[in-house]
Design a protein around this ligand. Structure first.
Ligand SMILES: [Zn+2]
Ligand SMILES: [Zn+2]
Length: 305
């Protein structure tokens, strides 16, 4: 590939694209600071999270199963709710490690193709262009100075390459990729279930209060506090459920395509540039490849052998 850059800052496409969603240096630095903070205070964040969960679930059970006396009439719901909360706690406290790539891969192609890959990467960096090399055997990471294995991508926030990189998760403070996509998906399902269970309980509560009989009268300081908690938790539950449904839709779709978030982004960029893009068909075998052979592996944080 011959590219004369001396008098031509607009490089031909493909494989060079104008960046659609470029992160500014300030944004990258902010994300990096956040990542450092999460790593530094991980222990305390977990302790704080655990206390918050214990406190709010305690209040939750007190409100519904003691105060409203649901313990006998809603026994199955109680068992299901406890199961979901325990599963979520396991998911939260089991380590979620990123699969960072540290070099060593040599692409199977000619020496010339390898040097062209390095040249492409240098040009992209020089002109701040996005490089999409779906049709090339050799890809080079200019930041880490190594050849990339198939489906590995560099993360500007982690400043490392990640195998099968999906996206950088600001909440977890690491990249989601090959080793933790399944944990991430389960995390979304767990949080979605928590949100759904909360929404269900709170909907039943408001239905009972508004249309059946207002059992929480006369109004007192204690009842006022419980109302405050219930109103707050109703908003949080519905927001979490909506957000998790959206996230699950996006990530389940990507998993069914057998593509990572980065690869979907590459296809979108090509489509934006009016190129013919071949979307792979959705397949359930892709889902099983990531999530495990059966439903037990999809829901519970079991180890896949
Ligand atoms: Zn890299
Ligand atoms: Zn990252």
């Amino acid at each position: 590939m011959e590219v004369d850059v001396s008098n031509q800052p607009n490089l031909p496409t493909p494989p060079y694209y104008n960046r659609l969603h470029d992160m500014s240096n300030k944004m990258i630095q902010m994300e990096r600071d956040g990542k450092v903070m999460i790593e530094k205070y991980q222990k305390y964040i977990l302790i704080y999270g655990a206390l918050l969960i214990v406190f709010s679930t305690g209040l939750f059970f007190y409100c519904f199963y003691i105060e409203m006396n649901w313990i006998q009439s809603h026994l199955f719901l109680l068992i299901f709710t406890i199961g979901v909360i325990v599963n979520t706690l396991f998911r939260l406290f089991l380590p979620i490690k990123s699969s960072y790539y540290n070099g060593g891969y040599i692409p199977v192609c000619s020496e010339e193709e390898r040097s062209q890959a390095i040249e492409r990467a240098q040009l992209a960096l020089k002109y701040n262009k996005k490089l999409i090399e779906t049709n090339y055997l050799a890809r080079y990471c200019i930041y880490c100075n190594h050849f990339l294995p198939p489906r590995a991508y560099h993360c500007m926030i982690c400043n490392k390459c990640t195998l099968e990189r999906d996206h950088h998760c600001s909440w977890l403070g690491c990249c989601v990729g090959k080793s933790n996509l399944r944990a991430f998906w389960q995390f979304l399902v767990s949080m979605g279930l928590i949100g759904f269970i909360g929404s269900y309980h709170f909907s039943m509560f408001w239905y009972e209060i508004l249309f059946v009989s207002n059992i929480w009268t006369p109004f007192s300081f204690k009842i006022g506090l419980l109302y405050y908690f219930i109103i707050m938790m109703t908003c949080i539950s519905f927001s979490i459920t909506a957000l998790m449904i959206l996230m699950l839709y996006i990530h389940t779709r990507d998993i069914l395509y057998g593509l990572s978030g980065v690869e979907i982004g590459e296809l979108n960029t090509k489509e934006h540039n009016h190129e013919n893009v071949h979307h792979p068909p959705m397949s359930f075998s892709n889902f099983k490849k990531v999530l495990g052979p059966n439903i037990l592996y999809w829901i519970f944080p079991l180890q896949i052998n």
